[in-house]
Design a protein around this ligand. Structure first.
Ligand SMILES: Nc1ncnc2c1ncn2[C@@H]1O[C@H](COP(=O)(O)OP(=O)(O)OP(=O)(O)O)[C@@H](O)[C@H]1O
Length: 364
């Protein structure tokens, strides 16, 4: 990795993030006195993907939750964007993969808005996963969608949709990819929305039916499960969320999704939680994880109260007591989900957990 070509105006401080493809540095822009993020590719082979990313991000500028592009140049192995905050998935993992329903709803709504926005700008993301959600903006209350290295334009300027095709190399990440992506079909808006459902399921339950960290996880096994999976195996008795999955699975290749319909199903789910909050807060940890709900709600409530005391009291609010929390957020008491878990039977492969990238994918 070569930092020498970074303009002198930017003073590099430290590494703040890393993916398969790039390293993210925090740096100071000495002209504006503001901190920025530099995304530098790990290897020269990634230059094509980086250029694609810069093209796509430029196209998306101005949208809420889209990182602002600060500096880029043709043939450069890095670009510079606004500095964002923490990754939603890192927070989630830190909290033992448990998320409050309030955060869940806010993230689900905002991610849907991001997808509608990028789709309206003719872009499909093609690599949606929880790691791509980063908090930013004032008070870090906005969910940013990042990493457009595998993104693609799905329609031309005159609105002509890319043609349907089969036999495409896999693009995306096994755990969150749509069934069609596994089957080698050309991806379109519906595939982003299927990945959206898997992300929601992961935040809701802390895992996916194919077990995201399972030792025997491989593409064949995941594909096999996605071929026969039913909405209740993903969302349990959360029927409105299950209906989102059924809807996106029913979309035609070039069909424009009805985002309002998906939003209305999210609103149905939201009705269960009347005391909603207006911005993401990590003070509350859980009450709707499929993993942790016992069959006996009264016993569960006792346990939740003690969990609340331990986990809710973080550095931001040491005063908050369990009594106050259960009073203010009665939903802690009520939510119950059951789910039937399918099994994976396939043998392991060495690259089972890797993200696959199609080096040649980009704008058509
Ligand atoms: N603008 C930013 N500000 C702060 N942190 C960022 C920013 N962009 C990325 N990050 C952090 O760096 C991590 C890696 O970034 P990114 O996903 O763009 O890398 P990548 O190599 O393309 O990832 P992948 O493994 O998905 O290919 C992110 O998960 C996030 O935590």
């Amino acid at each position: 990795m070569d930092l020498s070509s970074i303009p002198e105006r930017f003073s590099v401080k430290k590494i703040i993030g890393q993916g398969n493809f790039g390293v993210i540095y925090k740096a100071l822009d000495t002209e504006t006195n503001e901190n920025v993020a530099i995304k530098l590719i790990k290897s020269r082979n990634g230059i094509h993907e980086l250029q694609n990313e810069v093209k796509i991000i430029s196209r998306l500028q101005g949208g809420d939750g889209i990182p602002k592009l600060i500096w880029s140049s043709r043939n450069s192995n890095f670009y510079i964007m606004e500095l964002l905050g923490c990754c939603v998935n890192d927070k989630f993992i830190k909290q033992n993969r448990v998320m409050s329903s309030f955060n869940f709803i806010l993230i689900a709504e905002q991610l849907l808005e991001r997808l509608e926005f990028i789709h309206n700008r003719s872009v499909i993301h093609r690599d949606l996963k929880p790691h791509q959600l980063v908090l930013g903006g004032p008070k870090h209350k906005t969910v940013y969608l990042i990493d457009y290295g595998l993104s693609k334009l799905f329609e031309s300027q005159n609105g002509c949709h890319i043609p349907y095709s089969e036999g495409r190399p896999f693009v995306g990440t096994f755990n969150y990819a749509s069934l069609n992506a596994h089957l080698g079909l050309q991806q379109s808006r519906r595939d982003d929305l299927e990945s959206y459902c898997y992300i929601l399921a992961y935040f809701l339950t802390g895992d996916l039916p194919w077990k995201i960290n399972h030792a025997t996880q491989n593409e064949t096994a995941i594909k096999k499960m996605k071929l026969s999976i039913k909405s209740y195996e993903i969302f349990g008795d959360e029927v409105s969320l299950g209906r989102i999955f059924n809807y996106v699975r029913s979309l035609k290749f070039d069909q424009k999704p009805d985002y309002r319909y998906i939003q209305s199903l999210l609103s149905l789910y939201k009705k269960k939680f009347p005391n909603s909050i207006s911005q993401i807060s990590w003070k509350l940890t859980r009450h709707n994880s499929m993993r942790k709900i016992s069959k006996k709600p009264e016993k569960k409530l006792k346990r939740l109260k003690s969990v609340n005391v331990e986990k809710i009291i973080d550095s931001e609010d040491h005063e908050m007591s369990a009594t106050k929390i259960t009073k203010e957020y009665p939903e802690f008491k009520t939510h119950k989900i059951t789910i039937k878990k399918p099994r994976i039977t396939e043998a392991p492969t060495t690259d089972s957990l890797k993200t696959s990238r199609d080096a040649s994918c980009c704008l058509f």
